[in-house]
Design a protein around this ligand. Structure first.
Ligand SMILES: [Mg+2]
Length: 294
């Protein structure tokens, strides 16, 4: 059995539901029941006896977009583990692009970032190239950049605080840098950070990474390692927006693409395109009365 939950524009919802049900039926997928989720007023829950996640996601997206959506097998429960990407998911910026502005090379760096996030470039190669271009930048620029440019995405703190209050462990895993991720994690409330370290010498970036690279494989491995510690049956949630989040999104029980690149969206079991990050709480069935302000 599949469960699909979605939040869409309320106008014409029933008409679109009829059209979506007909489209699903045409692909051999029957809609067993559809009703607003109790205690989560705006969430429409559709039960399907069978069918594959990708087809259901694609057809619901076609009929309800822009919407927030989660499709899962059997049940949707509050997860015991939340692993999230940072840049353009928990914060509205790509840190390396903003930092590059302090070196006067934002357009060059941002062009590489965009292609890497679309999945057009090998992530480790693209990361090392960009870090190399930042060689010689004063380390102090990072703190200025953090203060002047980096802003959490709406709902980030409430999402993390509420999941923690429901017994969920929270981990921020980034292909970006600890210099940014550590203060961001503290501000939003994450319990652990995994990321890259920028090498610094004499107060300046040396243009290299210190230690092992944190890439798509690291994100997936972190999710699996944390999930294994929780034991059998613990549900996992991952969230991200870029191509390097795909293995992590696919490894999680619930992989939500947040205003994501097409490749990441296509690999996820749902997405947020309409609301802010708290839409994930509604999709997980946590009523607003139980949200914890971050
Ligand atoms: Mg990202």
């Amino acid at each position: 059995m599949l469960i699909a939950r979605l939040i869409a524009e309320p106008d014409g919802l029933e008409t679109r539901l009829d059209a979506a049900s007909a489209a699903l039926e045409a692909r051999g997928i029957r809609t067993a029941a559809a009703a607003m989720l109790e205690h989560c007023g705006e969430v429409l829950q559709i039960s399907l006896p069978d069918g594959d996640v990708a087809t259901v996601r694609e057809l619901l997206g076609a009929h309800f977009d822009p919407c927030d959506l989660l499709v899962a097998r059997d049940t949707i429960e509050v997860p015991r583990l939340f692993v999230s990407d940072m840049d353009s998911t928990m914060i509205g910026q790509e840190c390396i692009d903003e930092l590059a502005d302090y070196a006067g090379i934002k357009p060059q760096i941002a062009a590489i970032t965009e292609r890497a996030m679309q999945g057009e470039l090998d992530f480790p190669t693209a990361l090392r190239e960009r870090v190399g271009l930042l060689k010689g930048l004063e380390e102090g620029a990072i703190e200025r950049c953090l203060g002047e440019r980096i802003v959490p995405v709406g709902g980030a703190r409430t999402l993390v605080a509420t999941l923690k209050a429901h017994g969920c462990r929270t981990v921020l895993v980034t292909g970006g840098f600890h210099h940014f991720a550590d203060p961001v994690a503290e501000r939003i409330g994450f319990e652990r950070v995994v990321g890259n370290r920028l090498a610094v010498a004499d107060g300046k970036l040396s243009g290299a990474l210190a230690g092992a690279i944190s890439d798509a494989d690291t994100k997936e491995a972190t999710l699996r390692e944390e999930a294994a510690r929780l034991g059998e049956g613990a549900r996992t949630l991952a969230m991200g927006d870029g191509a390097n989040d795909i293995p992590m999104l696919q490894a999680a029980d619930y992989g939500i693409a947040y205003r994501a690149k097409p490749a990441a969206r296509a690999a996820a079991s749902g997405w947020i395109e309409r609301g802010n990050l708290t839409a994930a709480l509604s999709l997980l069935g946590i009523p607003k009365a139980d949200w914890v302000a971050g």
